[in-house]
Design a protein around this ligand. Structure first.
Ligand code: ZN
Length: 432
């Protein structure tokens, strides 16, 4: 079976017209059972065979594979190609076996037509073609979100992650062992292009820290939605602040320790609480996150309480990634016509959580068994929780105004908050 594309023939039509033989590299698979245009995807076979594409009956002897195009005057019930001139060509193929050519099956795929046709009915695919998604963190969750969105037809991606793929990542990560050593953003780009070859993917192998503040702001401004899948608290607060300033929706997704559950937090600047409000309201929930790298564990470790690197299973991260993707799509279709708007009423809460197992020593240790509860808290169900904006939130609220209220000050007063005693030891003296 040989597979090439109509796009390849169109691009090379002038060469075929002038030289009449076009040597074409094909990926050989399964000991010659299948040959696929090597330039089609991001991962060609290590074994390349050359086919001669020929217009007409010109004799060929040096190629093990020959693909022939014969001009037709009327439509035929066979594999065909419509040339840029409008003429119709029947396409046949032959393979050299025991020093003679034998007929073999050939398929002329159309990338754009076949890919979009496959998507129609599931999602109005062109709807998301111009949507730009900025994904920060390409670990187990981040890569799943990227691929789900590529499959849904999202056309533009910006990816940020400083890490490389290691053998230890492979059991959880979508990327396999042959991609070990590559930067996660580069591997993710190739995996996205395997799903959506027409996608535009930009990669930024950088850490989302304060030193990248300006670059992050610029990327957020150019995005339709921001997805934060890092397990680093400082970067989450920074990305939250920048997205609130730029008024861009942002979705945070993360697993709890060893992925016993997870949570998704969506920020719509102006109308919902921000991630900083969430941290202030529920510091224990924010702190109970899975930490997947030693660097991130070190960055939030306290001297008396080391944070362990405890990755959970891929199957336990998948539901969380899935929810992030869904909420991202709901943001991307805002203001556009889509049958998916029937879900608008279901996704009004800012915070969603999910429990994979009744983890001992957590508040979920005693939840009811799944098979015995229709309406109680159980494993494997999403719960949406409403949360109010914190009026004194330093990121999205009026921090100074609330402080003035608290101390009975009027606007314009110089803040009279005393410095902390240890910074100005002299101030304490009078009290003694
Ligand atoms: Zn806030």
């Amino acid at each position: 079976m040989i597979t090439i594309t109509a796009e390849y023939l169109t691009q090379n039509w002038n060469i075929l017209q002038t030289s009449s033989i076009l040597p074409t590299p094909l990926s050989e698979w399964d000991n010659g059972d299948a040959y696929t245009l090597a330039s089609l995807g991001q991962f060609p076979s290590s074994k390349i065979a050359y086919a001669a594409i020929v217009v007409g009956d010109k004799q060929v002897s040096d190629f093990s594979l020959v693909i022939r195009l014969h001009k037709q005057t009327e439509s035929v019930n066979a594999e065909c190609f419509r040339a840029p001139s409008g003429d119709l060509y029947q396409v046949t193929a032959q393979i050299m076996i025991d020093k003679s050519y034998k007929d073999t099956e050939i398929k002329i795929a159309s990338l754009v037509k076949d890919l979009t046709r496959r998507n129609q009915g599931l999602i109005e695919t062109n709807l998301l073609k111009d949507a730009a998604v900025f994904i920060i963190g390409l670990g187990t969750g981040g890569i799943q979100i990227a691929l789900d969105l590529a499959k849904a037809g999202v056309g533009k991606f910006k990816l940020m992650d400083p890490d490389r793929l290691e053998v230890g990542n492979i059991s959880r990560h979508h990327a396999g062992i042959s991609l070990v050593g590559r930067k996660k953003v580069s591997a993710a780009k190739d995996l996205i292009l395997e799903k959506n070859p027409t996608a535009e993917v930009e990669t930024y192998p950088l850490s989302a820290g304060h030193e990248q503040r300006e670059a992050l702001k610029e990327l957020i401004e150019k995005s339709s939605v921001v997805i934060c899948a890092t397990d680093n608290r400082q970067s989450k607060l920074l990305i939250n602040e920048l997205a609130v300033t730029c008024r861009k929706p942002i979705i945070f997704g993360g697993a709890f320790r060893r992925a016993y559950g997870g949570q998704v937090f969506r920020v719509i600047p102006g109308s919902s609480p921000c991630y900083h409000c969430f941290v202030l309201a529920m510091p224990d929930k924010e702190a109970d996150m899975e930490i997947s790298s030693q660097r991130n564990a070190d960055s939030i470790a306290y001297s008396d309480m080391p944070v362990a690197v405890e990755p959970g299973l891929s199957i336990d991260v998948t539901p969380i990634a899935n929810m992030v993707s869904k909420l991202a799509i709901m943001e991307l279709i805002k203001g556009k016509e889509s049958t998916l708007h029937m879900l608008d009423r279901d996704f009004i809460a800012p915070w969603y959580f999910w429990i994979n197992r009744p983890e001992p020593n957590t508040e979920y240790a005693t939840i009811e068994p799944l098979s015995e509860s229709a309406d109680g808290l159980t494993i494997l169900r999403w719960y949406g929780v409403d949360l109010e904006k914190d009026p004194a939130c330093p990121t999205c609220g009026d921090f100074e105004g609330e402080l003035r209220k608290q101390y009975g000050l009027v606007e314009g007063d110089k803040p009279s908050i005393l410095p902390l005693p240890f910074s100005e030891p002299g101030l304490d003296k009078g009290n003694k």
